[in-house]
Design a protein around this ligand. Structure first.
Ligand SMILES: [Zn+2]
Ligand SMILES: [Zn+2]
Length: 215
């Protein structure tokens, strides 16, 4: 049985009728003796540890202890980090990332933030993203929150970038929208940033990176 990881070195797929054969491929170079890992489900990897643990503990009924989950910085991606409301520049990280009820702390000024407060803030940020209806709503969301309320690599930012880039790519291929040079530059900037975060948490030829590029 393959081990689960939230930053796996393999991905999997199941072929169509009649074979229904499972195929697993490495996404990065692996060495003899390396542990081969896959995500048990595709659905949760885009989220930060807090949300992933919540869903894995609920649906998968296990506490994931992969390298990404054990590390509050998520392998230095900081894709769950909030910005400190006190010192404004410090990153706020969970004291125990495996515990969904853990308190969080700013790594600069050491201000403690209660778990309940983190929950309320995340719910608010998630619902604000869900309320975005257009590309420009999402761009506004990024400007208002990236590096202000949440770290620039936060998973809510990459989720917004994912939607923006797919939408732009689709409408430009369908020639629905004439993109200006400025739009194109912005598009490249979003794509590059999205991929730079996914290079850490979904490295190599992973579904997250490839689906994004070819969508
Ligand atoms: Zn994990
Ligand atoms: Zn602080």
């Amino acid at each position: 049985m393959f081990v689960h990881s939230c930053a796996p070195n393999c991905w999997w797929g199941v072929s169509v009728f009649p074979q229904f054969q499972m195929e697993i491929r490495t996404t990065v170079d692996v060495q003899k003796g390396d542990i081969l890992s896959i995500p048990y489900t595709y659905l949760f990897n885009a989220f930060g540890t807090h949300k992933r643990q919540e869903l894995l503990q609920e649906d998968g009924e296990f506490v994931c202890k992969c390298n990404r989950c054990l590390d509050p910085t998520e392998l230095n991606s900081f894709c769950s980090a909030l910005m400190c409301s006190s010192c404004k520049t410090g990153k706020v990280l969970p004291l125990d990332p495996l515990d969904i009820n853990s308190n969080w702390k700013c790594i600069d000024c050491e201000k403690l933030v209660k778990s309940e407060q983190i929950g309320v803030q995340l719910d608010d940020l998630m619902s604000k993203l869900e309320q975005c209806e257009t590309v420009s709503d999402m761009e506004k969301y990024i400007v208002e929150n990236q590096g202000v309320t949440i770290h620039r690599n936060h998973w809510l930012i990459t989720e917004a970038e994912d939607v923006i880039c797919k939408d732009r790519a689709r409408s430009s291929w369908n020639r629905e929208e004439k993109l200006t040079l400025e739009d194109r530059e912005k598009h490249i900037q979003y794509c590059s940033h999205f991929l730079s975060v996914k290079d850490i948490v979904a490295p190599g030829i992973s579904l997250e990176r490839c689906k994004f590029q070819f969508a």
